[in-house]
Design a protein around this ligand. Sequence first.
Ligand SMILES: *Cc1c(COP(=O)(O)O)cnc(C)c1O
Length: 430
Amino acid sequence: MEKGKSKSVFAQAQSTIPGGVNSPVRAFRAVGGEPIFMESASGAYMTDLDGNQYIDLINSWGPMILGHGNTLISDAVKEAVTKSLSFGTPTYAEVEMAELICSMVPSIEKVRMVNSGTEATMSAIRVARGYTKRDKIIKFEGCYHGHGDSFLIAAGSGAATMGEPDSPGVTRGTAQDTLTVAYNDMEALKATVAENKDEVAAIILEPVAGNMGCVTPVDGYLQAMRQLCDEEGIVLIFDEVMTGFRLAPGGAQELYGVTPDMTTLGKIIGGGMPVGAYGGKTEIMDMVSPKGPVYQAGTLSGNPVAMAAGLQMLRFLNENRSLYQQLESTQQKIVAGFKSNMDKLGLNYSINAVGSMFSIFFTDQSVKDFETAKSSDLEVFGKYFNAMLERGVYLAPSQYETLFLSTAIGEAEIEKIVTSNYEALKEIHS
Ligand SMILES: *Cc1c(COP(=O)(O)O)cnc(C)c1O
């Protein structure tokens, strides 16, 4: 595979962009090798600067659930562009968007549009703090909620439950208000809540985690968390930036039948444009400015072109619900193929999957939290990633990212993915 153009553009990028990329995981540092620069994409395939084609299994980290170049969405964008790229005034599309979101997502009675998942989670915890008049939040090890200061916190060491900055530039003051607990461990969560009685404003989690690879909640976990929050007056926030509109029209909360107090959205909600949103119970959302005292604003929030793309995407998903079964069946065929490949090769790796999200971990432990996710052999993952890339299958360039399917992946692509998996596994174990 010739990659000369990507290589030279990456070299050029180093002098004006930190690390040559605008988001770190794109740089391939976790897998070795150099990033591929894309030129165009259509359906299930991306084409790079050198003309190589790849089956896309990241789909822009989720948004492209219908594959690339869907004309319903691009036509809506073209039409919106003719009216104006931005007004900075309210527009009717924002009202339609709010109504559609409220009708699709069980927990959302009112919603505010923002421009990214990061903005959504930052704003949601501010509102939860304003509403409860408490300062602390609890998050889970291995969950990702964007790059807001309050979330870039590592678990404190020893007996201290206080968090520690996980990035230079995050202050100790901020860190002390974020408590971190292991995912899928209800006892640890209860203990942390008890130690911080009447101080916890919100518990925030990915109801299905996708940022330590795909990790699903154990039976009863989300229900128990719901009950705990009710008893303790804590705002339960589901960060559905990834799972929203992906696992079901109403996200993971619909799939698992657990209704949080607040929900954060992103990725699919913009149909490929930069959009995020946070919403929840009326009583909580009415805390937001100008209705309430909690300040939050955005010059380009509810941007008309972004709304046009997102509206088309959500309408399509809402009206074509059978596509969720199609996505699940695609996932099941791929996972079954991988398992049969491993049987043939005498390998026993761990696969987690739900709906159109799945991950292979290079460990024989079952992966249920960040600790077990870390048991995956990252060196083997790096080899596997590059072996798949060489065969024209583009995986997430990190073990700790889930893969995302799109409806554009058909039988031919499934076969190619499964065959490539066999060859790649065989190669790295020869
Ligand atoms: C991607 C992601 C975010 C951050 O969204 P950005 O749009 O990248 O800021 C937050 N939470 C979860 C669960 C995500 O997957």
